[in-house]
Design a protein around this ligand. Structure first.
Ligand code: ATP
Ligand code: MG
Length: 412
């Protein structure tokens, strides 16, 4: 790979935009060379609600990362999430055309037949797809069937669907900043790429990324992806509860939550107090931290009960032998791992920070940066493959899907 290849990931989050610029290394790791984090504007639950504001903050984040890296980036992987995201595991089948072996065309036909099985109401499209496995004449677990002898080819595909216009708005805003969207990365998959170990991915693990506006969920099993979803509640709901019940501004509640709060009332001394500036003016009021925890706890229990119901519905809950990895800003609140474990049948829970990096690792060590890092790593893996980034118009469907598949194979 050329030494001067740089890659970038842009996480357009509800609370912050995080741009990560990196240089892929020969050993497969990513050297972090620039990071730009700016508070978001114009976004709500992963959706752009004010285009001008969104473009302004995305541009700031890119400028910061470019300035630090001292390079100009021209393309990036951009994250996609939001409650409009849904996923399904579908199967496709084709008869192998006459000849000595399974051909590229057979593979394409099987994949297309799987795509045809994806439920697609109007205005939705497949935004992301990953081959889980192929089977030749009923023998499963095959990753590269081309060249194998057989008569029937089956494929299992993980397909993620979303609302096309919502995604076009995010990508359009990034392109307005002069950045070509190289590819879109589903945010929970990107976060997983940054924080999950190979062993966890093999054993089966639930990734929960608690952001400001959404809680993203992904289940990895047998080295591949089995389920993805986004639930439209997150840390901002906790902050809003605090602001409403303590009668203070959102900003005051956010500061209180991030600097002083924990989530289990029994872990707080009854007499621990904090001064809160009231919304009515400059007045302050002493509030017991025990009360703060009593406000936070039920909201988090509700969020993680929703996560459990979502994963159970997908049929993958019992696959999570390695437990849960928690990431995103919401993972930083003390006692959250305890609440997650209690909500998910006492599964073990750890907080996942970005791993497998070199360079300015100190700048991206928090779970808050996991999605941005994961997107940059996905971009790097894209390039390391072919040596040079392939021109999207020259890359066929099968290539793209196989690239995704390779990317999801354990490498970390
Ligand atoms: N130290 C902390 N303690 C508690 N909560 C925190 C802490 N740091 C960040 N958070 C919370 O994390 C949330 C933001 O997380 P993150 O940066 O992952 O979100 P985002 O990616 O911008 O949003 P989304 O993924 O929903 O689009 C906010 O609700 C914030 O209050
Ligand atoms: Mg996020």
């Amino acid at each position: 790979m050329a030494e001067d290849v740089f890659v970038a990931g842009i996480d357009v989050g509800t609370t912050k935009i995080c741009t990560v610029v990196g240089r892929p290394q020969a050993d497969g790791r990513l050297e972090v060379v620039g990071v730009g984090v700016t508070p978001s504007a114009g976004l709500k639950r992963g959706i752009i609600v004010d285009r001008e504001d969104a473009i302004g903050t995305i541009r700031q984040s890119i400028d910061l990362a470019q300035g630090m890296a001292e390079v100009e980036i021209h393309s990036a992987y951009v994250g996609v999430t939001g409650a409009h995201i849904a996923s399904a595991n579908v199967t496709g089948r084709t008869n192998v055309s006459p000849g000595p072996a399974v051909s590229d065309t057979d593979v394409q036909r099987a994949i297309q037949s799987a795509r045809d099985a994806v439920p697609l109401p109007q205005d939705r499209e497949i935004i992301h797809e990953v081959v889980r496995e192929f089977a030749v004449d009923g023998e499963g677990g095959i990753m590269r069937p081309i060249g194998m002898s057989g008569r029937r080819l089956d494929v299992e595909l993980h397909a993620v669907t979303g609302t096309a216009t919502i995604i076009e708005n995010i990508e359009g805003s990034v392109e307005e900043c002069g950045i070509k969207v190289g590819s879109r990365g589903l945010e929970p998959i990107a976060t997983g790429t940054a924080v999950i170990t190979q062993a966890e991915r093999e054993l089966g693990v639930i990734l929960i990324d608690v952001g400001g506006g959404t809680t993203d969920v992904a289940v990895f099993v047998g080295g591949g992806i089995a389920h993805t979803s986004a639930i439209p509640v997150g840390g901002d709901n906790v902050t809003r509860d605090l602001a409403r019940l303590l009668r203070c501004s959102f900003e005051e509640a956010e500061q209180l939550k991030c600097q002083h709060a924990r989530a289990r009332p029994e872990k707080v001394d009854e007499d621990q107090m904090i001064q809160v500036t009231l919304a009515s003016g400059g007045e302050t009021e002493a509030v017991p931290l025990h009360l703060v925890a009593s406000i936070i706890e039920p909201r988090l229990e509700e969020i993680f009960a929703l996560v459990k119901a979502n994963v159970v519905r997908s049929g993958t809950f019992t696959d999570a032998s390695a437990g849960v990895v928690l990431s995103g800003g919401g993972s930083q609140l003390p006692d959250t791992t305890d609440i997650v474990s209690a909500a998910l049948d006492d599964l073990p829970v750890r907080v996942g920070s970005p791993r497998g990096l070199t360079g300015r690792v100190d700048l991206v060590s928090s779970p808050i940066h996991a999605t941005g890092v994961g997107l940059a790593v996905m971009a790097a893996q894209d390039e390391s493959w072919a040596g040079e980034p392939p021109e999207p118009e020259n890359v066929g469907l099968v290539d793209r899907i196989m690239q995704w598949w390779d990317r999801l194979l354990p490498r970390v």
